[in-house]
Design a protein around this ligand. Structure first.
Ligand code: R5P
Length: 297
């Protein structure tokens, strides 16, 4: 069935699908979507990621170095991260960056980058392996482990193998897995793809999904039984980045995992605070932009 959908390749979600957008997801006791039936330790970790008050999370992605080296804005993590730490909920980073540059006193949740295998020096960056042992994830006190999937590429199977092995290891110790929908040069970036990929990741057992924002996003989130956090993507004008975050939250995302649009902003601290207002305090994009301008003065 999924094969048939993929072959259509229209880019749009089939209008005959019914996501019952007028019916909210079933109410649960626990504040993280789809996670009522996981164990206490996993819930404790998920509660460090997703605020019990807002239900949402602001992750700062600064794991770019695992593939790109010293990305613009991330040259000195030891200087940047202390400036932003108080405004974000989760460090999404490599173990190397955390151990060498980030003081553990911040006591933040950690989304630990757990894949490796390619750099931007190779033409194809879709070939990865699991890059962190579960024992080291435990040692790092990881709140979740992040694994990319490259669906629709020749590395689809091996990246899904990385995902399910990580999920199995995480389940043994109560550590959730963040399944990341990766996009590449040759890969689709449309609602049909994101809907399929996020659902596949959830069905394979990941406790949360990172996915790009797209048209029809409310259908993507409705069809995914676990929380979706949106990826930031390339640097864009600040009002556009805030607008994307706002619409994603309005359309069912439970957070934002943003890198370049925060740390490459003209004022990264004001940007982190502004995005947090949208994620946790119900600010609109316009309110958040005004807040950004005031804070950045
Ligand atoms: C993608 O999964 C990786 O984590 C990226 O390194 C990171 O998320 C990119 O963040 P951004 O696109 O917001 O700069």
């Amino acid at each position: 069935m999924a094969e048939m959908e993929v072959k259509e390749r229209t880019g749009q979600i089939n209008p005959e699908k019914d996501f019952h957008l007028d019916v909210p997801p079933g109410r649960t006791q626990y504040h993280v979507k789809g996670m009522d039936n996981v164990d206490w330790g996993m819930k404790d970790r998920l509660s460090r990621i997703f605020s019990p008050k807002s239900g949402n999370t602001l992750m700062l992605a600064f794991d770019h170095g695992y593939i790109s080296g010293a990305s613009t804005g991330l040259e000195r993590l030891d200087i940047l991260i202390p400036q932003l730490a108080e405004d974000i909920d989760v460090f999404m980073a490599t173990r190397g960056a955390l151990r060498s540059c980030v003081p553990p006193m911040f006591n933040k949740a950690v989304a630990l980058r757990c894949t490796a295998g390619s750099t931007v020096l190779s033409d194809d960056v879709t070939s990865e392996v699991i890059g962190v042992d579960i024992e080291d994830a435990i040692r790092m006190n990881a709140s979740c482990m992040a694994v990319q999937t490259f669906m629709g590429t020749s590395d689809e199977k091996s990246s899904i193998e990385n995902l399910v092995k990580t999920i199995d290891a995480g389940n043994r110790y109560g550590i959730p897995t963040l399944g990341v929908v990766a996009v590449g040069k040759q890969m689709a970036r449309n609602p049909q793809f994101f809907s399929l990929a996020s659902r596949v990741i959830a069905e394979l057992g990941a406790q949360m999904v990172k996915c790009y924002y797209c048209e029809d996003f409310e259908k993507v989130t409705a069809g995914c039984p676990v929380p979706i956090v949106i990826a930031g993507g390339k640097k864009m004008p600040i009002p556009d980045a805030l607008s994307m975050a706002y619409h994603a939250i309005c359309e069912g995302a439970h957070g934002v995992d943003m890198g370049r649009n925060i740390f490459q902003a003209e004022n990264p601290k004001a940007m982190a605070k502004a995005v947090a207002k949208i994620v946790h305090e119900g600010y609109t994009d316009k309110m958040a932009y005004e807040f950004y301008q005031d804070t950045a003065k």
